[in-house]
Write a new protein. Structure first.
Length: 65
């Protein structure tokens, strides 16, 4: 899944951080979310994976969380 860089929205929640070069986009990175094969059917792992996939898809469409 290709998505825009998500560090900016995450970092913006921390008031002690200051963004430098706000007009610079370094790269658009492909994101992979992995788990060990033995964990893929564990309900809590499935829930986390579904949530991450949904949030990343929303972010890639809208650029917001």
């Amino acid at each position: 899944m290709g998505i825009a860089i998500m560090q900016v929205p995450s970092a913006s929640r921390d008031g002690s951080l200051v963004r430098v070069l706000p007009d610079l986009t370094v790269a658009h990175l492909e994101t992979w979310v992995l788990t060990h094969q033995s964990l893929k059917r564990v309900p809590r792992i499935q829930a986390v994976m579904r949530s991450l996939a949904s949030q990343l898809a929303d972010y890639s469409r809208t650029g917001t969380r």
